[in-house]
Design a protein around this ligand. Sequence first.
Ligand code: PLP
Length: 238
Amino acid sequence: MLVAYEEFVRRADAVRARIATACAAAGRDPREVELLAVTKTHPAAAAGYAARYGLRAVGENRVQEAVEKRARTTAAVAWELIGHLQSNKARIAARHFDRVQSVDGEKLLDHLDRAAAELGRTLPVLLQINAGHDPAKFGADLSDAPRLLDAALAKKNLRVDGLMTIAPLGATPAATAAHATRTFVRLRALRDELALRGGAPLRELSMGMTGDLEVAVAAGSTLVRVGTALFGTRDTPP
Ligand SMILES: *Cc1c(COP(=O)(O)O)cnc(C)c1O
């Protein structure tokens, strides 16, 4: 069940306070860090909450779920795909999402570029990098990132906004925190290195979730993707 809007407001205020505290510790301006509401498994009304609270966008990890949800709400939010995307769903994703954060291969780039061309639009994307070397996670290898970026920049109908990653889980909370720090610092370093080569400023660093947003902010995150802290635990597995 979706929490009441008043409860959502309390939770969102608390998440913003966490972001502000992490920014203060890192000497950053909290306005540099956007809160993306992850609405997966929650009803369409969750997107309405995000809009009413003033958030720009929501994140969904499944194409079909998001398409159905989006049809059921007039919430004034952007929809971002944060879950794995198969090439055969590129066309529907390009039609229904405002940005795709999970671009991790050249074949997918080809399909998305062609789909965006057919729609007569420019599709913003992030490149998902498996910066934690996690065999359980999608995302391009760090070493493949320069080639993937060059391929993405060559696509006329795509706009590369930056990079995205998901940190691997550890066996203990301490191990998870250590993995997260390493992963996010690596993604930041990769972004700085790629941005220096020119071609795109790669402004966006999408990293950090409910459990690790502080370390993500410390490492330079510009977009934290938060579900649980806003809407509670998900009873359906994502
Ligand atoms: C579900 C999900 C999130 C949100 O995770 P929480 O721990 O619930 O905040 C963030 N990013 C991705 C890619 C997700 O799939």
